[in-house]
Design a binder for this molecule. Structure first.
Ligand SMILES: C=C(O[C@@H]1C=C(C(=O)O)C=C[C@H]1O)C(=O)O
Length: 409
């Protein structure tokens, strides 16, 4: 592959102009704080499956990089050779895990805009692809979501069963999710929900790849020139309309023993797996992270990469964290298989991008839906620990569905 990145005039590529360039039906997008990148076309698609999907992706990506000729005249995160990717949550999932190198990437970050073109070797010398041009807005359809394979009562029963298994000592924590669907017409312009997500939740990672669309607040891992960081979320409560009540809700979240326990499981799982690949790993005190729909208990981790791991290798080490699976991991995964009557697909798996150095940004695919076969399926889950109450957890799934339900409303 031959990869060329050149600088673009800056003013042309703010959020709106980036979105305008994206494919309306099959957008490929990575955005935060109004910056990010969009991809067009496909130069290379690699698919992986099974328990070795991360290791396979890491070695396939090294081989691709080894063969590429890269001329990067910009040199910020996201320039040069980049693959967008998403990975199935479960080793046994029917969903593919994918690395996708587009033909063209348009990006904007830290005051710099760029255009990357990727050509296969046998196309060298032929005319370069045209400069991307904006697509006019297509139709927006208000969607109504209906119950999924696990309805509200079924979810409450699953939570009760999980609490029973926690009391029996089978697991300390398990994350249980449910799904909802809405039919969607084939010509719907998916940039409408993406615009709403990116503007309503600017502090989250807004992503789109192969119909997976969402805005995740949880950074699984970021690698930038050996600096490694992650943000762990676990423990949540709804926002309140009254300002004083809202502040109290956040304080109660921070002081609650149940939430501290649930959060502690998630932080320890990341510390342990990231600790093996980093030096000087530090973790912040837990803090309350405010999103428009929900408060989360959050911790930030920072370290220095101590081995030759790429961000894809780190995904293999980190996934699935206790924030989306539970602890201990194998028993929690078995319990998820037993109590959730659906394949999570790429929900709760890593979504993000990797570059030629192996650097990249990966979020956990949360607050998301998958558009396929004429419908959007959205997922939301909650960490269940001793003392979890089914009706509260059900209410928490509704809060977590809000970004995606509102984006398509
Ligand atoms: C599983 C989800 O969210 C995860 C679970 C959380 C919790 O239980 O408090 C909080 C953030 C995420 O780590 C989801 O949004 O679907």
């Amino acid at each position: 592959m031959a990869v060329t990145t050149t600088a673009l005039p800056i003013e042309a590529h703010e959020l709106e102009s980036l979105l305008a360039l994206a494919d309306p039906q099959n957008p490929l997008i990575w955005l935060r704080h109004g910056e990010g990148m969009i991809g067009l076309g496909e130069a290379l698609r690699l698919s992986f499956e099974g328990p070795e999907r991360f290791a396979d992706a890491a070695s396939a990506w090294r081989a691709v990089v080894g063969q590429a000729e890269i001329d990067d005249r910009v040199g910020v995160p996201g320039t040069g050779l980049v693959a967008f990717g998403s990975f199935a949550f479960a080793a046994g999932s029917a969903a593919a895990s994918t690395l996708l190198v587009p033909r063209t990437i348009v990006g904007h970050r830290d005051g710099v805009s760029w255009l990357t073109r990727i050509a296969l070797r046998d196309e060298l010398g032929s005319d370069p692809a045209e400069t991307p041009t904006p697509h006019e807005d297509g139709p927006a359809y208000p969607l109504e979501f209906i119950r999924g394979t696990l309805d509200a009562a079924g979810y409450a029963r699953a939570v009760r069963a999980a609490v029973g298994r926690i009391e029996a000592g089978d697991v300390g924590k398990v994350v249980l999710a449910r799904d909802i669907f809405a039919p969607i017409p084939a010509d719907a312009d998916l940039r409408h929900p993406l615009r709403r997500l990116a503007t309503s939740y600017p502090d989250t990672w807004t992503f789109a790849l192969d119909g997976l669309i969402g805005s995740s607040p949880e950074t699984l891992v970021r690698v930038d020139h050996k600096a490694v960081s992650a943000r762990v979320l676990a423990g949540s409560t709804g926002r309140r309309t009254d300002a004083a009540a809202d502040r109290r809700a956040a304080e109660e979240l921070a002081d609650s023993e149940k939430n501290q326990q649930e959060h502690g499981f998630a932080v320890r799982s990341i510390l342990e797996s990231l600790g093996r690949h980093t030096s000087a790993l530090t973790v912040s005190d837990p803090f309350t992270l405010r999103l428009p729909n929900i408060w989360h208990l959050a911790s930030d981790l920072d370290g220095i990469l101590a081995d030759g791991s790429s961000s894809l290798d780190l995904l293999g080490a980190l996934h699935p964290t206790a924030a989306v699976a539970g602890t201990p991991t194998p028993a929690a995964l078995d319990l998820i298989d037993e109590l959730e009557p659906f394949d999570r697909g790429v929900y709760a798996g890593p979504v993000g991008w990797v570059d030629a150095r192996g650097d990249g940004e990966w979020a956990i695919a949360l607050r998301c839906g998958v558009v396929a076969d004429g419908r959007v399926t959205a997922y939301a889950g909650c960490g269940i620990v001793a003392g979890s109450e089914p009706q509260r957890e059900l209410a928490e799934t509704r809060l977590k569905f809000r970004p995606i339900v509102d984006a398509f409303a």
